[in-house]
Design a protein around this ligand. Structure first.
Ligand SMILES: [Mn+2]
Length: 521
């Protein structure tokens, strides 16, 4: 850290431009925003580069380093990337560029690291930093904190750092690092900061996502499922650098324009994803051999490469099997895979490393590129590998229920306690409850022909008569309810989450049904 801070200070004093090199996802772009803001506060000159997902691909690029050098840059700082950029680090050294790598990605199996002036990554075996699961933006925050504290420790602690926690919290929740330890602190304090009046970019983004941070307590869910997809849409569908502009601009008209564009890109992303997902499900339904494999590898022509990762996640959710979605374009296959507990996906694709032109990732997520002609061989080898590792039995969807909670025990006090568990997300999952033999007070209703709305009552203690009922919502559960033949008076078991609906008309506490069944007789 000291070496990194010294070098950045030198650049600031010499008014030497610094290039920040980020990744195109939420973590990478917020990390750029954070560090850019910090260095500019100290009087430094910052340029940034975020690669274009489709045209440039993931990671540090030598060509960008070369043109930065030609433009007078002598110091490059990576955020959320760089840990495996060995060749590019050598390019930097050859050019005479100083390189500081800040990244949270894992090292190569042999613990070797690229040549750099300094590397900030708690995953290095020699690093004593106690929190190993920081996201990229949180590591950028550490560097910002170190830089600013040297100048003014009091102001940094009391004012600047809290304001930076907003970006770090969004990234911590969006990048799916476990929300425990220091990450929980960053996320919780950052969410609190997000409630206060913020810059025009964040405000415009909140409006686009129909979120009012002043009116309600923001949750991890709001960030993960409402804010983050909009930020990510830029990198998936177009250029991520506009996200950085959105967060840095002071011009509200421009912020509105950029947020509107993100909204549009996010809708595009959703449509693209939905149509490809339909095609994938049709394929799995039609091809039994494909569907029975222990790893699902589905390829299609020209599927948008910005969404193949999300598609793979959807297939995993639905099938409980590791899945790889491949998009073929001009004879080149680009794949993105997601895994399940107990199957190390990076290790799996490493057994096929001779087939790839490029690959990387970790246990649960991988990406690769290869000549499309090699796909049959890849499928053959991976299916065999998965069969060896996972065995031939088909997986079961297991639902983890945290506690049994009859519906009449849901009280505002309990909801208040549950709120204290926030921020919920990876590593700190939202509790799922079980209620047995709840009674339908009225006939089930459907919404938009897909969703289910029930009015349920349950009297767990006959000594205390209760006539109260609770509304229960089941997303995409209308068909399931029809299969079970539910009518007024039916008894059902439900696994559910407790939701606070802030709709002005239908607001209140409700149960969100995760799964339902008829009770055992
Ligand atoms: Mn990251």
């Amino acid at each position: 850290m000291a070496a990194a801070v010294d070098r950045v200070e030198l650049a600031i004093t010499a008014r030497e431009p610094i290039l920040l090199y980020g990744d195109y996802d939420v973590d990478g772009t917020t990390a750029v925003v954070l560090l850019k803001t910090a260095i500019e506060m100290l009087g430094g000159i910052v340029r940034f580069h975020v690669p274009h997902r489709l045209n440039e691909g993931y990671g540090l690029q030598s060509t960008v380093l070369e043109s930065a050098y030609a433009d007078g840059v002598r110091l490059v700082i990576t955020v959320d990337t760089g840990m495996r950029a060995f060749a590019e680090a050598d390019t930097a050294q050859r050019l005479g560029l100083d390189l500081i790598i800040t990244d949270h990605h894992l090292l190569k199996a042999d613990d070797s690291v690229p040549h750099a002036l300094a590397i900030l990554n708690p995953n290095q075996p020699c690093c004593g930093y106690p929190e190993k699961f920081l996201c990229g933006a949180a590591i950028a925050l550490k560097l910002a904190q170190a830089l600013l504290s040297r100048r003014d420790p009091v102001r940094t602690r009391e004012k600047t750092l809290p304001s930076f926690l907003k970006m770090a919290a969004i990234a911590t929740i969006a990048d799916a690092v476990p929300l425990r330890g220091e990450n929980r602190v960053i996320a919780a304090l950052g969410l609190r900061e997000l409630r206060k009046p913020v810059g025009p970019g964040l405000r415009a983004l909140f409006t686009a996502a129909a979120l009012d941070p002043a009116a309600k307590q923001l949750t991890g869910f709001d960030i993960a499922f409402r804010l983050a997809p909009r930020i990510n849409a830029a990198g998936r569908m177009d250029v991520a650098s506009e996200v950085i502009e959105l967060f840095c601009t002071r011009d509200s008209a421009r912020a509105l324009e950029l947020a509107t564009k993100l909204e549009l890109l996010n809708r595009q992303r959703r449509d693209t994803e939905a149509s490809a997902l339909t095609a994938i499900h049709a394929r799995l339904a039609a091809d039994q051999q494909l569907a029975d494999a222990r790893i699902l590898i589905v390829d299609g022509d020209g599927w948008h490469r910005g969404v193949i990762g999300i598609l793979a996640s959807r297939v995993v959710e639905r099938t409980a099997k590791p899945a790889i979605v491949v998009s073929i374009e001009d004879g080149v296959a680009h794949g993105s895979g997601r895994s399940v507990d107990g199957f190390q996906l990076l290790e799996a694709i490493e057994t096929c490393s001779d087939l790839f032109t490029r690959f990387g990732g970790h246990a649960f997520a991988v990406g690769f590129a290869m000549p499309a002609a090699g796909l049959p061989e890849l499928k053959r080898r991976l299916c065999l590998h998965a069969l060896e590792r996972l065995g031939s039995t088909q997986p079961e969807h297991l639902l983890r229920i945290h506690a049994e909670l009859p519906l009449d025990r849901i009280t505002p006090v309990l909801v208040g306690w549950l709120r204290k568990l926030e921020p919920l997300g990876h590593g700190n999952p939202e509790p799922i409850f079980l209620a047995r033999r709840a009674r339908l007070v009225s006939a089930p209703r459907t919404m938009k022909e897909r969703h289910l709305r029930l009015e349920l009552a349950q009297n767990s203690d006959p000594a205390i008569p209760s006539s109260a009922s609770i509304r229960a919502i089941g997303w995409d559960q209308a068909v399931r309810a029809a299969t079970l033949g539910l009518t007024q008076g039916s008894l059902i078991d439900i696994a559910y989450r407790i939701r606070e609906n802030d709709h002005p008309q239908y607001g209140g506490i409700e149960a969100e049904i995760v799964s339902l069944r008829l009770p055992e007789p």
